[in-house]
Design a protein around this ligand. Structure first.
Ligand SMILES: [Zn+2]
Length: 265
């Protein structure tokens, strides 16, 4: 019975999305998801930010910022970073991962299997801070969006990514950054889930990052560029919702999302 209800729900949702798309194609739309090309006058809201999540593919600001970089920025576009390259994608976002897989020479996925999450089609069950099963200088690009905040030894994780990248290869990181926080705050002694949620924003986050994340990557040897909405024309940023249109009042809100591209030098 539950399976039938689930199937009915999915059919109704996809029918509603299709009808909406016909409507917005005829009458015009204000915003668009640059990953699945869902069009609407506004996206869905979550508990922290208004109108930021794609109802069709669930993309958030960080995934659309990365897609905008892949399609619109010369230095970080698909051609420069992904095409015919060996790519390792941690905690892969489904819709974005499918697009990367189509263009990469070799596309591998990785995650560190944890309680409470489900995993499908993952090549490596691996801790990013201990990847000894992967040889040095194996990949041209390693993508890990919102992964490091879950990792006790995140500096070790960044060093390991540096090690498995080929020279001139790129890491692509995003991390939750509290707005206007300068220095990353972590306290591994906080283990209570409610306390972690209050202090770091989620029950399994171990730290909240500050503006010093660029320096953290530079200290590991990367040449770093932090891409935010200012890299794009303001009409493009508005159309693809690359910046939350309403500043959240949540004390840990991360309105200012950035994609950190690090080149191994
Ligand atoms: Zn979408």
């Amino acid at each position: 019975m539950r399976k039938v209800l689930g199937l009915a729900k999915r059919i109704i949702k996809s029918t509603v999305v299709k009808l909406q798309q016909i409507y917005f194609q005829i009458f015009g739309s204000k915003v668009e998801c640059n990953i699945c090309h869902y069009k609407a006058n506004k996206l869905n809201s979550d508990s922290w930010h208004a109108y930021c999540t794609c109802p069709n593919c669930s993309s958030g600001v960080r995934q659309r910022l990365l897609m905008a970089s892949f399609t619109l920025l010369d230095r970080f576009n698909f051609h420069s970073i992904i095409d015919k390259k060996n790519v390792l994608h941690f905690a892969p976002e489904k819709a974005l991962g499918a697009l990367i897989q189509q263009r990469a020479k070799e596309y591998r996925t990785a995650d560190f299997f944890a309680e409470g999450y489900s995993y499908k089609n993952i090549d490596y069950n691996i801790d990013i801070s201990d990847m000894k099963t992967i040889q040095t200088e194996t990949f041209d690009c390693v993508i890990a969006c919102d992964v490091l905040e879950h990792v006790p030894d995140h500096i070790g994780g960044i060093r390991e990514v540096y090690r498995i990248l080929k020279n001139e290869g790129y890491c692509i990181f995003t991390v939750p950054q509290k707005d206007h926080l300068q220095v990353t705050f972590e306290d591994l002694s906080i283990t209570d889930k409610k306390e972690r949620e209050r202090i770091f924003g989620q029950y399994d986050h171990l730290r909240i990052y500050g503006d010093d994340f660029t320096t953290i990557l530079q200290n590991a040897g990367f040449e770093v560029t932090a891409v935010d909405e200012h890299f794009f024309d303001k009409h493009v940023a508005a159309h693809y919702v690359l910046f939350p249109p309403v500043l959240s009042q949540h004390p840990l809100a991360t309105n200012y999302r950035k994609i950190f591209f690090g080149r191994k030098i």
